[in-house]
Design a protein around this ligand. Structure first.
Ligand SMILES: Nc1nc2c(ncn2[C@@H]2O[C@H](COP(=O)(O)OP(=O)(O)OP(=O)(O)O)[C@@H](O)[C@H]2O)c(=O)[nH]1
Length: 319
């Protein structure tokens, strides 16, 4: 029986994993993809941002499939093969704080899954602009690079040549063997990436040992807080609040993403922020039966739920 190829997307918060996932799905309309989408927080925003062309999207939220949800990953894989749904390729998007080894062990060490699936590659997304900072403070960023078979050097044109060389040097010191593709908005050659089998199972243990950190637990101190607001938001006020929040927490807030309710607008407003930038864009339409609740995920260190909720509430429009 032909084993189903599995591609695992890793990389630190905001590096471009969902962007790559959507690009792969869109570029290969004849491939039937199943997607496992893992979110660190209680609300899965990414699920809303993934192209729905895929055959099945399985959502695993409120924990990391590399550790606390590792059993659920096994259950989801079982569900996937027993639903009878026909699919050609499985893509797993991990959280930005996941260590790929916990996920790989499900495929390598479990006889049942090893018979059914074949990992084609672990793809490590690199945020060219922010990788050095992430490596400095978060040991998991190193492990993600070390375990990748293919590295996508994303946001590549946004940094100057000298910084690019420094980032590449750091990357090659951690993982000298992986090939590196330079991209903007993760525009890889999808066919090539999905058809290569570069996963090196025999070196996984060695790479894990070499990238082990003395700093301990990979989630330590990183919090993912989720917020809701059921009244529409004044987006000018919201933007102003967000700007000052990021200004006063330059190293504490790694990632913000959300779906917002702007009054008198049919579409959801998507908010994305990676280490300080803020981008608003138009999302899908709210459905008829939706109560148009805005949802926001904030990921970082030293976050205070009460203060943040007050800030969001202060942007609500009283009806
Ligand atoms: N400027 C720029 N932005 C990019 C590029 N690639 C992705 N982005 C943006 O970066 C933000 C984060 O991208 P995602 O694809 O959501 O990143 P992610 O790794 O899935 O994020 P998490 O799941 O939260 O870890 C989004 O606003 C993207 O549009 C790029 O090459 N250049």
């Amino acid at each position: 029986m032909k084993r189903i190829p599995v591609t695992i997307l890793t990389g630190f918060l905001g590096a471009g994993k969902t962007t790559l996932l959507n690009h792969l799905i869109e570029s290969q309309p004849n491939t039937k993809f199943a997607i496992i989408e893992n979110e660190f927080g209680a609300i899965n925003i990414d699920k809303d941002l993934v192209n729905t062309q895929a055959q099945g999207i399985f959502e695993l939220s409120n924990g990391c499939i590399c550790c606390s949800l590792n059993q659920e990953l096994g259950q989801t894989l079982n569900k996937l093969v027993t639903t009878g749904k026909d699919f050609d390729h499985l893509i797993i998007e991990t959280t930005g704080v996941a260590e790929p080894d916990g996920i790989l062990s499900v495929f390598i060490n479990d006889y049942h899954f090893d018979e059914l699936f074949e990992v084609n590659a672990v793809i490590g997304m690199i945020d060219a602009e922010h990788l050095l900072k992430s490596l400095e403070s978060e040991p998991v960023a190193k492990r993600q690079l070390a375990l990748a078979d293919l590295l996508v050097f994303n946001k590549s044109s946004e940094i100057d040549e000298e910084i690019k060389q420094n980032v590449l040097e750091a990357v090659k010191a951690i993982n000298p063997l992986a090939s590196i593709i330079h991209t903007d908005y993760a525009k890889v050659n999808a066919e090539e990436v999905l058809s290569q089998f570069s996963f090196r199972a025999d070196t996984v243990n060695e790479r894990i040992l070499n990238s082990k950190s003395e700093k301990g637990d990979h989630h330590k101190g990183i919090k993912s807080l989720t917020f809701s607001q059921n009244k529409p938001l004044n987006l000018n006020k919201f933007q102003y609040w967000l700007r000052s929040l990021l200004l006063f927490n330059p190293d504490g807030i790694y990632r913000i993403k959300g779906l917002l309710n702007k009054p008198n607008t049919e579409e959801k407003v998507i908010i994305q922020s990676v280490r300080g930038n803020i981008i608003f864009s138009e999302g899908d339409k709210w459905s008829e039966d939706d109560d148009r609740t805005s949802q926001l995920v904030i990921i970082g260190h030293g976050l205070d739920r009460e203060t943040l909720q007050k800030g969001i509430d202060s942007c609500a429009i009283e009806e």
